[in-house]
Ligand binder design. Structure first.
Ligand code: HEM
Ligand SMILES: *[C@@H]1O[C@H](CO)[C@@H](O)[C@H](O)[C@H]1NC(C)=O
Length: 363
């Protein structure tokens, strides 16, 4: 089984997004009132539209799909029957198919070669956030902008970063006009890693994110969620990025497959639940217990969210037996949003969900 590796620091990305799209004053106001309405209920996903979907509405089929998922009227999970088939001309070319005009003309084709290369790596790197700083959002800046990988928050990312850049170099030549962007590699890698874990949702996956202009330096200040933060700070940080408390509680469930190295070096390598590598809800129950099980390191912010009045009802719901699908559906919806933050051309993306590996049941 492959271990899911995601960056712990997804929120930095989030910090500047709201300011990056037109009409943000209105959006910010909506977000805040929305967040207030959800306070203490913890049962509703954000429905806030993003970027060009907020400004111009859905103008393409892809835009409609994305809009429906963002507004929670369509599921973010895509089932195993959705499978990408390479165009005939590509299939006939056999091994040389990747290097064919027919492949270049189909936006998903190159990804049907990249994804298996990711799956067979010893570690599938995925990043809960991409370039969460700088211009913000899923724009590749974590790997492309000067100084990003040197940030203390991004410790431990160097190896995965080099792997991602190697995929770009290997496959970029075979892509269509947009190339293979680092922003897409990171987000597709996250989706592949998630579905590769037993129990992990198969989350609808779009490509076409442009990369950040790497000559643009990231801003000096970063607003990353700290493990020492209290619940109201964490809820407010996520609300500023269009997430509700429900979305936050669902998203931190990613710690079901995480291990910590830097929060407390004395316990380096400790997982956050007893079922490391399995995308299950044991994390919620074990974080809710008085003390963590032996061999588990509890990140302080997780313990806080499990107990705060604004988040504990939902936390305990996910801690119940039988919550798996409730949680993975919620996780998929919230992560789908996260994977698109800061992307300005949502109507121009292409749905390549069919290239994802098949999801696997819990053991
Ligand atoms: C409340 C917000 C959050 C805080 C304060 C937080 C904090 C942390 C901390 C302190 C670590 C350990 C890092 C280390 O010491 O090596 C960690 C790891 C991790 N976090 Fe979070 N996290 C948050 C939300 C999230 C979210 C929303 C996701 C994904 C959707 C996520 C995914 C991960 C993953 C995958 C790891 C493991 C990284 C690895 O294995 O190298 N976290 N997080
Ligand atoms: C949470 O932390 C922030 C920042 O440290 C602080 O201003 C705020 O008063 C705290 N809220 C509560 C409820 O403790």
């Amino acid at each position: 089984m492959l271990r899911l590796v995601l960056s712990p620091l997804l929120l930095g990305a989030l910090s500047s997004i709201v300011y990056a799209y037109p009409g943000f004053h209105v959006a910010l106001h909506d977000i805040h009132s929305y967040a207030r309405r959800q306070d203490g209920i913890g049962n509703s996903h954000s429905t806030v539209l993003l970027a060009d979907l907020a400004a111009n509405g859905a103008t393409t089929p892809a835009g409609e799909t994305i809009r429906n998922i963002l507004q929670n009227t369509a599921p973010a999970v895509v089932d195993n029957s959705v499978v990408y088939a390479r165009p005939d001309a590509v299939a006939k070319a056999g091994e040389g198919g990747l290097n064919s005009e027919a492949c270049r003309q189909d936006a998903c084709c190159v990804w049907s070669y990249i994804v298996p290369a990711m799956s067979t790596s010893t570690i599938v790197p995925a990043f809960a956030r991409d370039g969460s700083v700088g211009s913000g959002g899923a724009d590749g800046s974590i790997l492309l902008s000067a100084g990003e990988l040197q940030r203390s928050e991004n410790r431990g990312m160097g190896d995965y970063g080099n792997l991602v850049l190697s995929w770009r170099d290997e496959f970029g030549a075979y892509a269509g006009p947009g190339g293979v962007t680092v922003a897409d590699l990171i987000q597709v890698g996250a989706m592949v890693a998630t579905v590769t874990c037993p129990g992990g949702p198969r989350i609808r996956t779009f490509v076409g994110r442009p990369d950040v202009d790497d000559r643009v330096p990231p801003p000096a200040d970063h607003l990353l969620p700290q493990p020492t933060a209290n619940a109201s700070t964490l809820v407010a940080m996520f609300a500023a990025k269009t997430f509700t408390a429900t979305d936050l509680v669902a998203l931190v469930g990613a710690h079901t497959v995480s291990r910590q190295y830097f929060a407390d070096p004395a316990y380096a390598g400790f997982p956050q639940d007893t079922t490391d590598g399995v995308f299950d809800t044991a994390f919620y129950a074990e974080t809710d217990a008085d003390v963590p099980p032996a061999g588990v390191y509890r990140i302080a912010s997780d313990g806080v969210l499990a107990r705060d009045a604004a988040t504990q009802t939902l936390w305990q719901d996910y801690a119940q037996p039988g919550a798996q699908t409730r949680w993975t559906d919620a996780y998929a919806t919230a992560y789908f949003r996260l994977s698109l933050l800061g992307v300005q051309n949502l109507n121009g993306l292409t749905d390549c969900s069919g290239v994802l590996p098949q999801s696997k049941p819990l053991p």
